[in-house]
Design a protein around this ligand. Structure first.
Ligand code: SAH
Length: 254
């Protein structure tokens, strides 16, 4: 019997953000694999085994889940947000590409979830109304020079930029450096949104501008959206401002 591996996106926060498809996959899995805090979001089920692991061992977790599925089991790996965005789906594909032939015969399903960028954008208004891109600031999987090059290209190309993995204890200075780099291309008044733990306990949204954006406003649970030259803030009396990027772009980047 061919096994099945579902790679499931849990969305950014509590189970209001879980899709029906994700719920169905979670309830039919015989075993769940995942980073501890993500597994903790899934209520325990009778007879369902759980294998929790640290957040630095994606490859090993993917390989263990594939080996388990190859025994003929229905296995699921859970991921925060969307499993295809800086997350487990690519790690699983990497293990399949490098792994035994039998893993290619498995039934693989990637189950999408709401990624942090979309959850934060929705809280702020419509900052992703026109062209945008997403960049992870984590240097664990690529050199800092590559990140800098992409920041330059994105900002000079007129994209709104979502920054994932903005800061951690091991990477305290990179975010400040990234803002300085973006400031070479963008006006000080460019809107910047910090969305922390959106959809979860401790949620916080900060709307500011590039000249006031600093690393002290972010932590590991924060996603940052830096506007393009077109992005603007609508102030409203007694209500949170709306950040939006118009549907039409007049500016032509140099
Ligand atoms: N697969 C995930 C992203 C994993 S990378 C997704 O699609 O959302 C981890 C980074 O995602 C964090 O450092 C943070 O930048 C962002 N993030 C994840 N959940 C978040 C949330 N609820 N609120 C704000 N940012 C979040």
């Amino acid at each position: 019997m061919s096994g099945r591996l579902a790679i499931i996106g849990l969305g950014p926060g509590d189970d209001r953000y879980l899709t029906r498809e994700a719920e169905e996959e979670l309830s039919s899995a015989e075993a769940l694999y995942g980073y501890g805090p993500y597994l903790d979001r899934v209520p325990p089920r009778e007879g369902q085994a759980r294998f929790s692991s640290g957040n630095r061992v994606e490859g090993a977790r993917a390989a263990a889940a594939l080996a388990h599925a190859a025994q003929g089991a229905r296995v699921a790996i859970v991921s925060g947000g969307d499993p295809g965005v800086f997350a487990m789906a690519a790690a699983v594909c990497g293990e399949i590409e490098a792994g035994p032939e039998a893993w290619r015969a498995l039934d693989i399903a990637v189950v999408p979830g709401i990624t942090a960028m979309l959850a934060v954008a929705a809280r702020a208004g419509a900052p992703l109304g026109h062209d945008f891109c997403a960049i992870s600031l984590s240097e664990n999987l690529k050199p800092w020079e590559a990140i800098v090059r992409r920041l330059d290209a994105a900002a000079s190309g007129g994209f709104v930029i979502a920054l994932y993995n903005p800061i951690s204890q091991a990477r305290p200075w990179q975010l400040g450096e990234a803002f300085a780099r973006l400031g070479r291309h963008l006006a000080p008044s460019t809107p910047v949104v910090f969305g922390r733990a959106v959809g979860r306990v401790g949620e916080a949204l900060t709307i500011t501008t590039l000249d006031c954006a600093g690393e002290e406003k972010a932590d590991m649970a924060t996603l940052i959206i830096v506007g393009s030259p077109e992005t603007r803030i609508i102030a409203r009396d007694g209500r949170a401002p709306l950040v939006y990027t118009p549907r039409e772009a007049a500016e032509v980047p140099a």
